[in-house]
Design a protein around this ligand. Structure first.
Ligand code: HEC
Ligand code: HEC
Length: 367
């Protein structure tokens, strides 16, 4: 799997490089400028002039019950009866008005327990490969749904409690036929609930933004500031190192994900109390306080920002990133102060508006 995904990532990159060299100009952000000293320096093309990657289709295994699973998962996602105290639905923390991310800086779980992290945007979650959550600890959407349901988010409890809850849900008159349509006549287990949730989440695809239209050839889809912002994003500001299109997270689609320490949550915190992020999963000290770069699709709507929700405004988040993050003992070398002017920051923000998702999660009628 690792090799296939890596190859996929390399292919995406080399498409850019190859297309860039076709126009004899090299490719922005790539090291394609290995031109002999006799030749003139290549003029770096603007990203906005070159080919740009489009969203690939989400590959799904054939399943004639998929639609029934999606319908069921859609209802379950919005249903507070899943949670331990019937006080949280998945949707409670992944709402439209917050860009499908969380509203509170740190999520507040069932029983009003303040959790340790901020709820991320869940558009395009079906594309993560063995890298769900800020630290990539869940291998797939089913494992993620189990974690969200059983853990502090929903307070569903241990395996036995989830089995009991699944049986209760399946016994609700309106749900009964929905479970049957999705899974046939079988005893309903927690796994079925998690699979249905996962199937619904795979439908949360955001691929029709202004950027996508532009990448697809509609050159009027981006405004002038947005085009400038795109060029900065892919050039001087080098955001694409970690937030590469089309996903706007370089970690998305890559088996196991990729993690960077940019310093969030390290400043003024006693070292023993720092959320060590990926290091807890990998045991690799180089990954101390490293987190997954989130996709920036819909970031304009998903304040507050970062894994600890510590930055309230998009402009401040962008300034922090463009300014080189927060210094600490393990900060990624890929993040440096890009010395952007206020006008350039404004253009970058304008561009982020071009990757705003149009869709929303429709509230279903609960059974
Ligand atoms: C109390 C708020 C809350 C509720 C309720 C909640 N979540 Fe989340 N969700 C979070 C937080 C916080 C994270 C990040 C946790 C982490 O990374 O450790 C998260 C992460 C996720 C992710 C991972 C996204 C990514 O980029 O890796 C998915 C998918 C997700 N939740 C789906 C669900 C589903 C499905 C449910 C219902 C079963 C649910 N959530 C319920 C707060 C919540
Ligand atoms: C070295 C890799 C790296 C580079 C370069 C980088 N980012 Fe990030 N970015 C991350 C990581 C990792 C996070 C999440 C960190 C965390 O929460 O601890 C993040 C988070 C963000 C967020 C918050 C998103 C959210 O949903 O909470 C924004 C906004 C953002 N980056 C914008 C940018 C912009 C704009 C640039 C270019 C100026 C940039 N980033 C460059 C790695 C990077």
């Amino acid at each position: 799997m690792r090799t296939r995904s890596t190859i996929h990532a390399i292919l995406l990159t080399s498409t850019l490089v190859a297309c860039g060299s076709k126009t004899e100009t090299g490719s922005a952000g790539s090291a394609a400028g290995s031109v002999g000293s006799a030749k003139p320096m290549p003029v770096m093309p603007k990203a906005s002039e070159g080919p740009l990657p489009s969203m690939p289709a989400l590959e799904l295994a054939a399943d004639d019950k998929r639609d029934a699973k999606v319908t069921l998962g859609h209802a379950l996602f919005f249903d507070k009866r899943l949670s331990g105290k019937a006080d949280r639905a998945c949707y409670s923390c992944h709402q439209n008005e917050d860009g499908n991310g969380g509203h509170d800086p740190l999520a507040i779980g069932s029983g009003d327990k303040v959790l340790t992290r901020h709820a991320p945007v869940i558009w395009n979650v079906g594309y993560w490969k063995n890298a769900l959550y800020w630290d990539g600890r869940a291998k797939d959407l089913v494992a993620n749904a189990k974690g969200a349901w059983g853990g502090g988010n929903m307070g569903g409890g241990d395996d036995a409690a989830l089995e009991k809850k699944a049986a209760e849900l399946a016994a609700i008159a309106g749900y009964k036929p929905m479970f049957e349509a999705a899974f046939g006549k079988t005893e309903i287990k927690a796994q079925h609930v998690e699979e249905a949730l996962a199937e619904y989440e795979r439908t949360l695809v955001c691929k029709d933004t202004a950027y996508d239209k532009f990448a697809g050839g509609d050159k009027a889809a981006l405004s002038e500031p947005q085009k400038k912002g795109l060029d900065l994003f892919m050039g001087k500001a080098a955001c694409n190192t970690c937030h590469a299109p089309p996903f706007f997270s370089t970690a998305m689609g890559v088996e196991g994900g990729i993690y960077f320490n940019i310093g969030i949550g390290t400043k003024g915190v006693e070292e023993a109390k720092v959320d060590v992020g990926r290091m807890k999963i990998s045991n690799n000290p180089d990954e101390w306080a490293a987190f997954k770069p989130p996709s920036l699709r819909n970031v304009t709507k998903s304040a507050p920002y970062f894994h600890d929700g510590s930055v309230a405004k998009l402009e401040d988040a962008v300034r922090l990133m463009a300014g080189g993050g927060i210094d600490n003992k393990a900060k990624s070398g890929a993040l440096v102060n890009r010395q952007l002017s206020d006008a350039e920051i404004a253009d970058l923000i304008a561009f982020l508006g071009a990757i705003e998702c149009g869709g929303k999660l429709d509230e279903p009628k609960l059974p």
